[in-house]
Design a binder for this molecule. Structure first.
Ligand code: DQA
Length: 146
């Protein structure tokens, strides 16, 4: 069975209580449970990981390659806008990924409009709320990207 890595970056552990007017009230545990169950339905395993540390996220991407993960769904949070290291990890492992943002970053502050990841992603989902994670998984499986 193929594995998809669901990777969430800094502050996404606070989902549910963090700025609910922007991010909604669903917790990360709820999202991970839902995406893992959807994966089981669609015939892929989902490995979930969240970290607030850039280095740990880089390390998890490296391990995903060693483990033979087929693809990733990545919400890198604020590191999206700052991290050359995450970009290099994704480019260096050639791990295919969909970039997800819960909020529509283009409606928000200008510093959220630039992503170090988008131009090497398969595609980008922003502003669909937590449904974006489901959309990404369905896309990966239904288009046979994994
Ligand atoms: C986010 C958007 C980022 O700008 C922000 O730093 C986050 C969450 C989103 O899911 O909308 O932490 O990636």
């Amino acid at each position: 069975m193929k594995t998809v890595l669901l990777l969430n970056g800094p502050n996404l552990n606070l989902l549910g209580t963090r700025e609910p007017q922007i991010y909604g009230s669903t917790t990360l545990a709820d999202i991970e449970k839902h995406i893992a169950a959807l994966g089981a339905q669609l015939g892929v395993a989902v490995a979930c990981y969240q970290s607030n540390s850039e280095g740990e996220l880089v390390g998890r991407i490296h391990r995903a390659r060693e483990e033979g993960a087929a693809a990733a769904i990545i919400n890198a949070g604020a590191y999206t806008h700052t991290s050359v290291a995450l970009r290099d990890a994704l480019a260096g492992t050639a791990l295919p990924f969909v970039e997800v943002h819960i909020s529509n970053v283009y409606k928000r502050e200008a510093f959220r409009h630039h992503s170090y990841l988008s131009d090497i992603a398969i595609g980008v989902i922003a502003g669909l709320g937590v449904y974006g994670y489901e959309a990404a998984l369905r896309f990966l499986v239904e288009t046979k990207a994994v």
